[in-house]
Design a protein. Structure first.
Length: 371
């Protein structure tokens, strides 16, 4: 009885694989030295394919379903074994189950920045990452080209190669698309399709099918992103000359509210700030950025203005325009005895000796009477 049970255990009559993992692509049925019993039951579940190998040669492939193994449904194996007139004895063959489901959420990403030529910015470096999904399309090709006789072939054993193919061919597709860098984020779907079409043939050579390729993010180096942020800020600000004047006005207000600076410091700060504001405003007016067209518009320079320097405590301040001096008269920071100089004057002189400035003092109202 013991001998009968031993002989019975050497014959396999049920062949199946219930996959409890999520990353197994190929599983070899553990036959060892046992023989498969003729008329044994073979169960191939959905998302599986069973491949019979005879002495290392791929024979019959079984799609999902339940089979009773006979010479009729194993024509290739019957030919390899020489079963010309039928065969009902146990036989030896290797059985591999190949998982044909999609292996999703496989990550890809550039290890180093990729150099591309952008039509607007010229040579530029990009980083990109995303995910992809694949499945076994041809179990026979996959076993011959990739898995071989490995009894348990997992996703990790081929994932690195698939990622490298996706990145290399994918970045080539991005470069060939000629899509400007600033428009890449609005063309992720188009890029995904381009990369899929580019990568799919090489996956097919391995017996695989690329079912999904997603571009999740394309980013620039930090310093380039910072420069783009500044450019965006310029576009939002619009009129840079007006913005500069606004900033100068805020500085003047802050200086006037400083109790340690006094009115003298506020007045001089206002005059100097106005002088700097005019110079910067002139520069911006001559070359103004149009945020709508993305071009620089050349503007004519302003007409020349007379500018005066004032001596305060032995120090030269200015230059100031007549309009600025008029405001300084009202604050008491400029009077008839103030020493002034402008281009063309041989030496410093009192404000009343300059004809252009005499009119300023005559236009100011006298001080109110003392009560």
């Amino acid at each position: 009885m013991g001998l009968f049970n031993k002989l019975k255990s050497e014959f396999i009559d049920i062949i199946e694989w219930t996959d409890a993992s999520t990353d197994t692509i190929v599983y070899k049925f553990p036959r060892y030295q046992n023989e498969i019993k003729m008329n044994a039951k073979l169960t191939v579940r959905e998302s599986q394919v069973a491949v019979f190998l005879n002495e290392g040669t791929i024979a019959d492939v079984f799609l999902p379903g339940m089979y009773t193994l006979e010479t009729q449904n194993m024509p290739i194996l019957s030919t390899l074994k020489g079963w010309k007139y039928g065969f009902n004895s146990p036989f030896k063959a290797d059985v591999f189950f190949v998982n044909t489901k999609q292996f999703t959420n496989q990550k890809w990403g550039t290890k180093n920045p990729v150099m591309l030529r952008d039509p607007e910015f010229g040579p530029i470096r990009l980083r990109a990452f995303g995910s992809f999904a694949f499945r076994v399309k041809d179990a026979g090709i996959f076993l011959k080209e990739v898995a071989g006789t490995n009894p348990d072939f997992l996703v990790d054993e081929i994932n690195e190669q698939l990622r490298n193919i996706a990145i290399t061919r994918g970045m080539d597709a991005v470069a060939e698309s000629k899509i400007p860098v600033l428009d890449l984020t609005s063309n992720y779907d188009e890029l995904s399709k381009l990369v899929t079409d580019k990568v799919r043939p090489e996956y097919n050579e391995l017996g695989l099918e690329l079912t999904k390729f997603l571009v999740e993010n394309i980013s620039l180096p930090p310093e380039v992103e910072a420069a783009l942020d500044k450019r965006s800020s310029m576009g939002i600000i619009g009129n840079l000359g007006a913005y500069t004047q606004f900033q100068a006005a805020n500085s003047m207000e802050a200086a006037a509210s400083n109790p340690n600076g006094g009115m003298m410091g506020a007045g001089l700060g206002a005059g100097m700030g106005m002088g700097m504001m005019n110079q910067m405003g002139n520069a911006f007016q001559q070359n103004t950025f149009n945020s709508q067209t993305g071009t620089n518009q050349q503007m004519p320079p302003p007409p020349p203005m007379s500018q005066y320097f004032i001596a305060v405590n032995g120090q030269q301040t200015g230059p100031f325009t007549i309009q600025q001096l008029q405001g300084m008269i009202a604050s008491g920071q400029f009077n008839t005895s103030s020493q002034v100089w402008k281009q063309g004057m041989p030496a410093w002189g009192a404000a009343t000796t300059v004809p252009e400035l005499q009119a300023l003092f005559g236009s100011m109202p006298p001080p109110p009477p003392i009560a």
